[in-house]
Design a protein around this ligand. Structure first.
Ligand code: KIV
Length: 269
């Protein structure tokens, strides 16, 4: 059976933590209720990723989205998805100090029903994660290639290419675990490095462009279903040619309106 057919029980932080080295965790992004409802039939985690600024809002990177916009989309996702664990991606600039991070994460918990938040950064952000987790906010970490660093890093760079960087990534993962995060996204990392990262922590790792040695995988929905045509990273498997399906159907609609084939008697009161 490809997706769950029965009504599922709500997936909790505890369930995800317990999936280390077990049944792989399936995570996908969603930005609205319509798709969240579809994905909720089978995935474990829905991430309201700040990638929506690029795929949904046609911006060149994720940096300009703000917290109110993330909360708006998360509310929509929560309206559509009732059983998956829902994670809000904290936008760039919303967690630069402990005080600001706690204020903003508290706002998230108060204004929408997200189960957790996601924060990019390793050792340098551990003190912030610690503040949040010790104030009852569930945190998903994110290390490796971190899209919010695109301007300061001068581009999107694959990580874990040498011993020094692998050591740094392992330190990052350990610091995040120590700070109380319940799992870690590992993005854009050489497959050899991913194995060492996954083995270094007792919380699950969820990979994107990080190979197979993880406890789960995540993809951005508009990439994997072929709706985002601007750029296709090597790690994205396209499960559907969504753009072509829509364009073909749209052509048919245009043709039928112009030729007055639509609406025929079937669609008239
Ligand atoms: O914003 C996003 O969609 C993400 C995933 C790529 C993990 O952070």
């Amino acid at each position: 059976m490809s997706i769950q057919s029965k009504k599922r029980k709500k997936i909790t932080i505890h369930d995800i933590k317990n999936r280390k080295s077990k049944d792989p965790i399936v995570m996908i992004t969603a930005y609205d209720a319509l798709f969240a409802k579809l994905f909720d039939e089978g995935v474990d985690i829905i991430l309201v990723g700040d990638s929506l600024n690029m795929s949904f809002n046609a911006q060149k990177d994720t940096l300009s989205i703000n917290l109110d916009q993330m909360i708006y989309h998360t509310k929509a996702v929560c309206n559509g998805a009732k059983s998956s664990l829902i994670v809000l991606d904290m936008p760039f600039g919303s967690y630069t100090t402990k005080k600001q991070a706690l204020k903003n994460a508290t706002k998230v918990y108060k204004e929408c029903e997200a189960d957790a938040i996601k924060i990019e950064g390793g050792c340098e952000r551990a003190h912030i994660i610690k503040t949040l987790t010790s104030n009852s906010i569930a945190v998903m970490g994110h290390i490796g290639l971190m899209p919010q660093f695109v301007r300061s890093d001068g581009g999107y760079k694959v990580r874990g290419k040498d011993e020094t960087d692998i050591k740094k990534l392992i330190q990052d993962a350990k610091a995040i675990e120590e700070a109380g995060a319940f799992c870690i996204v590992v993005e854009g990392v050489k497959a050899e490095a991913t194995k060492a990262i996954t083995n270094s922590v007792s919380i699950p790792t969820i990979g994107i462009g990080a190979g197979r040695d993880v406890d789960g995988q995540v993809l951005v929905w508009s990439d994997m279903f072929g709706f985002f045509e601007e750029f296709k990273p090597k790690f994205v498997k396209q499960y559907l040619n969504g753009s072509k399906l829509i364009k073909d159907a749209l052509d048919q609609y245009i043709h039928e309106v112009k030729s007055k084939k639509f609406p025929n008697d079937e669609y008239i009161y």
